[in-house]
Design a binder for this molecule. Sequence first.
Ligand SMILES: Nc1ncnc2c1ncn2[C@@H]1O[C@H](COP(=O)(O)OP(=O)(O)O)[C@@H](O)[C@H]1O
Ligand SMILES: [Mg+2]
Length: 245
Amino acid sequence: MPHLVELKDIYKIYHMGDSDVHALDGISLTIDKGEFVAIVGSSGSGKSTCMNIIGCLDVPTSGTYKLNGKDITNYTDNELAEVRNKMLGFIFQQYNLIPKLTVIENVQLPLLYGGVSDREQRQRAMAALRRVGLESKAKNLPAQLSGGQQQRVSIARALAGDPSVILADEPTGALDSKTGREVMRFLQQLNREGNTIILITHDNSIAARASRIVRVTDGKIVYDGPVEGDKNVALQAAAGRDEEG
Ligand SMILES: Nc1ncnc2c1ncn2[C@@H]1O[C@H](COP(=O)(O)OP(=O)(O)O)[C@@H](O)[C@H]1O
Ligand SMILES: [Mg+2]
């Protein structure tokens, strides 16, 4: 079985005037089906750049990216768009819901271009909303929902296309800590159900909910292993267990 995600010697270099910013400085990483990985690091360490490359929203300066065994490094924009649509689900800090569309229309968005009939789109979107417990809000507009509910809609949208990988960039960043914990419990449940989740966060207590930590500093991986092996995350994990009894 090929790895689901395989990054090899990935560099992303931005030219700023006469200096170069090495946003990613030689990242190699493999992720397999069913994993729950947190990519952790402080602001500016390169997390979002890494997520954008894994999510086919950006391409590396050099290095290779294989997704499910296929080398997609040199794919065109259109080919990358198709990969995004078929294989990837996104959850963003600011939910990125379209305000003028109803909840169910938002959840249907990833299905629009997949050759799925209207009727099936609605059924699949409704099934995704049921999974996040928001079936009754299908006809509401996003603004009529709380922040936590809007993030659950965005999770439903990510699930609707039945993606191989769910990418979540600071999914709790805009939420209060209680609602954030709920969203994390939900991601853990999705992982137990077999979904592969890549979570991006600067917050060690959020990262503690994952099974594997990839810590990035200055565009390099400085730790890759279980939660217990990363001192900062392990402390937060212990504190979280105390809190919840
Ligand atoms: N479009 C860009 N142009 C120039 N520099 C960038 C750009 N995007 C990111 N960077 C730089 O790359 C580094 C990593 O950024 P980023 O991946 O956003 O980090 P993080 O998500 O961990 O905060 C930072 O130094 C940032 O300033
Ligand atoms: Mg970021």
